[in-house]
Every structure is written in structure tokens, then in C-alpha cells.
Design a protein around this ligand. Structure first.
Ligand SMILES: Nc1ncnc2c1ncn2[C@@H]1O[C@H](COP(=O)(O)OP(=O)(O)OP(=O)(O)O)[C@@H](O)[C@H]1O
Length: 361
């Protein structure tokens, strides 16, 4: 794709500004500028590495901090991922979505420039380098749950055309200096044509977060993101991984662990031990119930992201009560609620870790 022809300095293809009139919100960077901002992509500046390439911290001449994602190896596929990420991010602006600062295409170099998120991703707090510091107290977790729901709801219901993210997961929710959630990583996103209920596509995403109808039939719709978001909520509440390794060969999906406990109303036992008992029990219950109802296998029974926000913020206890009485949470309910991915503890050959791997399947 001739990427340079898509945009030029904050203007989209149709010529409209992506931000406020006369103030483009992003721009084209030169490679020289990004070399200088990141100290020549110095190893000490490296924030992490994903499927696309490495991410580096940098500082621009005006003192502002940036994160620069640099493509590892050029290929048509990578070029497409790059173009999708920039095209989608250039269209959107929301307090809970990662802000695009710009991009650079010189020769085979492909770089995306974002606002730097000093508190990194949820995954680094739940399971990674910040896990021991316990910076995610309960209040922050509730804010993150609601904030990321608002970011995703914006994509689903307010962006034109509607956007499905297709890779919602803990490592793709970054945290700003105030620990506000910023949904990131739009390389797999899809624009949904007006009036379409779903698109059929090659499956991309991360094992443990894939909705069954998407994993099996390639049917991507907003409710696939709702499913992944549900898994994320269960992680936030419990501190467990989307797929927990029970032994070398046995892995347990989080919803399969959480549902029996929720049915027996053993919510307190589900709280992340790192919280040391410091959480609001009614909110924890709410987070777990919304997580499970969102991550159920039947897409038509999942809430929309707008419903999720209402369930979190709603004054009405009645809706929550209805949720609690849903057949999913009945002790005698034994119908297939889980997807094949979630179906009993599944076994895998070898010990390769697949929890946070990007598929293409
Ligand atoms: N804007 C940012 N500010 C701070 N850290 C960032 C930013 N963007 C990405 N990172 C960090 O860089 C690392 C790599 O991010 P990236 O989005 O490339 O991959 P990922 O989501 O971890 O994995 P994958 O690409 O497989 O989904 C992550 O640890 C993430 O926390």
C-alpha cells in the first residue's frame, strides 16, 4: 500500500482535518528527528517489544515524551498492519484511546509515534515488572475498567464507520500518569461498513481472548471485543492471567475458573490477593458478573459496550439484580457456556507459552 498517499500532515483522504480545524493532531516525522529523540533507538530507551517491533521511549525538542514503535522486519503484512494502525488512530480521538502523534515512512523504515504512557500497560502491573509494587489499588482498577469500556464503546458506537479492535487484552490497555486507561494497538482493527453486523475475516488476536464465533468461523463483530473485554475484567478483578498454567501441560481459561465461584457467590475469594482484602465487595461482584456475562460464548447474549458502561455506572440496582439472576449464574445451569477455547482445561503439546502470543491462526 502506498501509505504516503493516504494522509498528509493531519489531513485524511477526504481532505478533512482529523482534529480541530487548523490544528492537525498528528504529523509526519523525519527519521532523523526520531533518531535524535530516542538516542538512536538506544537499548536503554527500549520500553518493550511486540509482534510489530520494538517500542522506544523518546523526547522531542519541545520536551514532550513520546513512545516510538519501530517495525522489526518489512513485509507486505507488516506494511498493512502499520497502515491500518495509523489510519484507524488518525480517525479517532478519545480520552481513553492512545493518542497518535504521527508516523514516519522512510525507505523501509515504518515508525509510529504515540504519546508516552508512563505507567505502561495493565499487564505490567498485574503480572509483570510492577506487580510487586501493588500500584493498582481497587479504585484504580474500577477506573480502568470503566475507562477502557468507554474507549471501546467510542470505537463501536461513535466512530464513523464503526471500528472493531480485535485485540483487546491487558497488554493493550496502557496507563497514563493518572492511571487512566488508554486502549492501544490498532494494527488488527477493522472498519465496519455502515449497516453490516459483522465482517468475515482471517482470525487475528490473542489466545485466551478470542470469542468462539470469531476463532472458529472468522466472524468479527463488536461483540468479539466485548468478549475480550470480559476476559480483561476477570483479570483485573482476580489478578489471574487470561489462561493460567496449572502444570506444564494443563492450562485453565480464566472464565472457566471464575464461573463456578460466581455461581456459588464466592466473590471475595476471587479478588486479587495483591489487594490484601482492600476492595469494595459490591464493586468486585459487579466487575466479575459483567466480566462473565461479556465473555459468554453466545454473542447474542453478550451486552454491548454501552450496556457495560450502564451496568458499571448505573444507579439502577435492578439491572444488576437482573444480571445476577441471569441463567448463566444459576447453579443448575449446565448448558455449554464456554467456547471450545474455554472448554475444560485444555492441553497443549510441549511447553511453549501461548498466552499472550498474537495469532494469525
Ligand atoms: N505509548 C506507550 N507508552 C508506553 N509504553 C508503551 C507504549 N506503547 C507500547 N508500550 C509498551 O511497549 C511494549 C510493546 O508494545 P506493543 O503494543 O508493540 O506490543 P504488545 O501489545 O505487548 O504485544 P503484541 O504486539 O504481541 O500484541 C509493551 O510492553 C507496552 O507496554
Amino acid at each position: 500500500m502506498a501509505f504516503g498517499s493516504l494522509f498528509c500532515c493531519g489531513k485524511s483522504r477526504n481532505g478533512k482535518r482529523s482534529g480541530k480545524k487548523d490544528s492537525p493532531t498528528w504529523r509526519v516525522f523525519s527519521l532523523k528527528e526520531l533518531h535524535s529523540a530516542t538516542n538512536n533507538f538506544n537499548y536503554d530507551n527500549k520500553l518493550g517489544e511486540g509482534g510489530f517491533g520494538s517500542v522506544y521511549w523518546g523526547q522531542l525538542w519541545d520536551g514532550s515524551q513520546i513512545a516510538v514503535k519501530r517495525l522489526k522486519v518489512w513485509s507486505n503484512k507488516a506494511e498493512m498492519e502499520f497502515a491500518v494502525e495509523v489510519e484507524v488512530l488518525a480517525r479517532v480521538r478519545h480520552k481513553n484511546l492512545l493518542n497518535l502523534r504521527g508516523y514516519c515512512t522512510e525507505g523501509k523504515e515504518r515508525l509510529i509515534v504515540y504519546d508516552y504512557m508512563p505507567n505502561l500497560s495493565i499487564v505490567s502491573h498485574l503480572h509483570g515488572q510492577h506487580a510487586q509494587e501493588c500500584l493498582l489499588d481497587w479504585k484504580r482498577r474500577m477506573n480502568i475498567a470503566i475507562g477502557s469500556a468507554e474507549g471501546i464503546a467510542y470505537l463501536h458506537h461513535h466512530a464513523t464507520p464503526h471500528i472493531i479492535h480485535r485485540d483487546i487484552k491487558a497488554s493493550n490497555v496502557l496507563l497514563d500518569s493518572e492511571f487512566q486507561a488508554r486502549v492501544s494497538d490498532f494494527g488488527f482493527a477493522k472498519l465496519i461498513p455502515d449497516g453490516a453486523s459483522h465482517v468475515t475475516t482471517r482470525v487475528k488476536g490473542t489466545l485466551g481472548y478470542l470469542a468462539p464465533e470469531y476463532a472458529m468461523l472468522g466472524k468479527a463483530s463488536e461483540s468479539c471485543d466485548v468478549y475480550s473485554y470480559g476476559i480483561l475484567l476477570l483479570e483485573l478483578a482476580s489478578g489471574r492471567k487470561a489462561i493460567e498454567k496449572l502444570s506444564l501441560t494443563v492450562k485453565q481459561p480464566i472464565a472457566q475458573w471464575a464461573l463456578p465461584l460466581a455461581r456459588e457467590k464466592r466473590f471475595k475469594e476471587m479478588a486479587d490477593p495483591k489487594l490484601n482484602g482492600n476492595f469494595v465487595e459490591s464493586e468486585l461482584r459487579r466487575m466479575v458478573l459483567i466480566g462473565l456475562i461479556s465473555a459468554q460464548s453466545k454473542p447474542e447474549k453478550r451486552p454491548t459496550m454501552l450496556d457495560v458502561i450502564e451496568l458499571f455506572k448505573g444507579e439502577s440496582e435492578e439491572k444488576l439484580l437482573n444480571l445476577e439472576n441471569d441463567e448463566l449464574f444459576r447453579l443448575d445451569h449446565s448448558q455449554g457456556i464456554f467456547s471450545s477455547q474455554d472448554n475444560s482445561e485444555f492441553r497443549e503439546k510441549g511447553s511453549e507459552s501461548t498466552e499472550e502470543r498474537k495469532l494469525p491462526l
